[in-house]
Design a protein around this ligand. Sequence first.
Ligand code: KG4
Ligand code: ZN
Length: 350
Amino acid sequence: MSTILAIETSCDETAAAVITGGRHIKSAVVASQIDLHAQYGGVFPELASRAHAEVISAVVAKALRQAALGYDALDAIAVTQGPGLVGSLLVGINFAKGLALMTGLPLLGINHLEGHIYSLWLTADFPEPDFPLLALIASGGHSELLLMRAHGRYQRLGGTIDDAAGEAFDKVGRTLGLPFPGGPAIERAARAGDASAYRFPIAKTAGSYDFSFSGLKTAVMRAVTVQPSARQKRRRGAERRAALRADISVSDVAAGFQAALTEALAQTTKRAAQDFGAKAVLLAGGVSANTALRQKLRQALPLPVYYPPLFLCTDNAAMIGAAAHWRLLAGQRSPLGLEARARWRLGEDG
Ligand code: KG4
Ligand code: ZN
């Protein structure tokens, strides 16, 4: 049974974890930068890499301490190689390289999206599945639909052609004056709202398995803000944020937006599952924390739909360790010269 130390620093969480057998979490530590970035309403790349550098060594030490293991008990070091913010990725990669060099352990560079998929393997009631599986990864940076034919074998069916699903949640949340990140805040607001009060458009991407959320975002923006007159725009500067209309119900708008976005994800996922004969659907990434999305997918699909527990939906290192397990078993190793891949589509080169 393999014991893997995994490190994840692709965005705004500095995380380390120890995973055994690809399915068991011995320890999982996440140092979140949400408070740091909340004041800017989004992730600020330079601040993110500096914050990673400040805490990485303590986060890794804590993961080993919580697992009550030393380096001699490990079989490999895994690290997120991409996609993500290059400055942030480099902090984790360089730290992992240093550890691999010091200990002589094999190094494995892992795709962050593959990590999200493998968060399911850390989920208690997830059975060893039959392939092919359909994976929907919806997060702040990605919305990808992938067919998983076997461990480590993916075919990209589609993805967003503009905003990621989580990005749309975050932008609409900001328009509505809700706290960052927008996803959980919109879900909370939507609970008290009436989704039928607003009918927002669902983009049709017929003939493909792509998503598009930018039209939906603009429709929400138009419905809830007071459009400044041409004269006001000239006077105040075009970039000035439009004011929220006084007569809207934030809860109703949140509910209407959430209904439209989750419907778009569910419809396309259902079509892909049928077209490719998927045996089950895996839902992963930050947006998979959304209860409305989970319910809608379960109702729409005549197949098992699996999703991870909340702490594994958002970025963490445990999922990177779970993905690394299968690659280690298959005899894969990354060179010590491993480089960050800021853009790296899963399913393009295996
Ligand atoms: O996977 P993740 O932690 O980071 C990325 O790799 O991007 O995802 C973060 C995203 C944010 O956009 C956040 O608004 C969204 O996931 N999110 C949610 C919920 N919880 C987090 N979106 C909708 N509903 C939620 N409950
Ligand atoms: Zn992520």
